[in-house]
Ligand binder design. Structure first.
Ligand SMILES: [Zn+2]
Length: 288
């Protein structure tokens, strides 16, 4: 079961988060037809974004993460909110690359060099935007580096996605530790070493789940538990406003050429279809 577990360790100097996101990744695979490689990249990005979202304070807070690399995968876009709904897509979902020299999925090759940008919308305040260079392309290190540099919160992160030969996700998730204010160097180092021990987090999630990691590796520690999910927030109302923004001329041009206007949501499998009557109504033009 997908879940996010949180607790404090080392006298409250370190926060620990354990995430299981297998079902979320399977939903993304279903919507986007991802390959094992693009599943790994998007799955890692969605897991890290859920971690970020789990730290949002207010009910209406939300964030978006854009990973813009020069690799063949194109951009990876994820958005998540404080209710732990997440959605995302990869620009080129069908890309496949040979395994890397370690025999693993070449996420670094897929992503390439570039930047990671995070925008947080918090109520009426101006959106907060932070950005830094990708240091690895494998994404766990990149998100950890982003936190450490852009948010001044030293962070260590292990992320993983395991898929079957048929392309189904068998295990996905992450283990994340963050040094809290007042944390000393030795304690931060210890936390980092624990994270370095999670070299195959996706197989571990497949075997014992996030709950098993909490119970077996942190026995006796109390965790809070929340449920994340893949959820798209697209709506007819939102698509209507996008259509109006396109402008009358553009809309009637498409109608003339194609007979109808089809808008496919990038995040889920919904398609919104408009015929001429719909467009007339939308623009307030009365027939005849
Ligand atoms: Zn949608």
């Amino acid at each position: 079961m997908d879940a996010i577990y949180k607790t404090l360790l080392f006298d409250g100097k370190i926060s620990l988060t354990v995430i299981e996101s297998t079902q979320i990744v399977n939903k993304a695979i279903k919507y986007h037809g991802l390959t094992p490689l693009t599943s790994a990249a998007l799955g890692r990005a969605m897991t890290a974004s859920l971690f970020m979202a789990s730290n949002l304070k207010n009910k209406s807070d939300r964030l978006s993460v854009t990973i813009s690399g020069d690799g063949p995968g194109g951009q990876i876009i994820v958005s998540a909110d404080s209710n732990l709904s997440v959605r995302g897509y990869v620009e080129n979902p069908s890309v496949n690359l040979p395994l890397n020299e370690k025999g693993k999925l070449d996420v670094k090759g897929l992503v390439g060099k570039g930047r990671i940008t995070v925008v947080r919308n918090m109520g009426l305040k101006e959106p907060y935007s932070g950005s830094c260079e990708l240091v690895s392309g494998e994404l766990a290190e990149d998100f950890a580096y982003y936190y450490t540099v852009s948010e001044q919160e030293p962070t260590a992160m292990a992320l993983g996605v395991l898929t079957s030969a048929k392309g189904k996700c068998l295990g996905a998730g992450g283990v994340i530790m963050q040094a809290l204010p007042g944390c000393d160097y030795e304690t931060a180092k210890k936390a980092e070493e624990i994270i370095l021990g999670y070299t195959d987090i996706s197989s571990l999630i497949k075997k014992i789940g996030a709950k098993g990691i909490c119970e077996l590796h942190f026995a006796g520690v109390e965790f809070s538990e929340r449920k994340p999910r893949y959820k798209c927030v697209c709506s007819k109302k939102y698509i209507n406003s996008m259509m109006v923004a396109l402008g009358k001329e553009e809309l009637y041009d498409i109608l003339r050429e194609q007979g109808e206007i089809r808008v496919e949501c990038e995040y889920c499998d919904k398609t919104y279809v408009y015929n001429k009557d719909d467009v007339d109504k939308l623009l307030g033009i009365i027939n005849g």
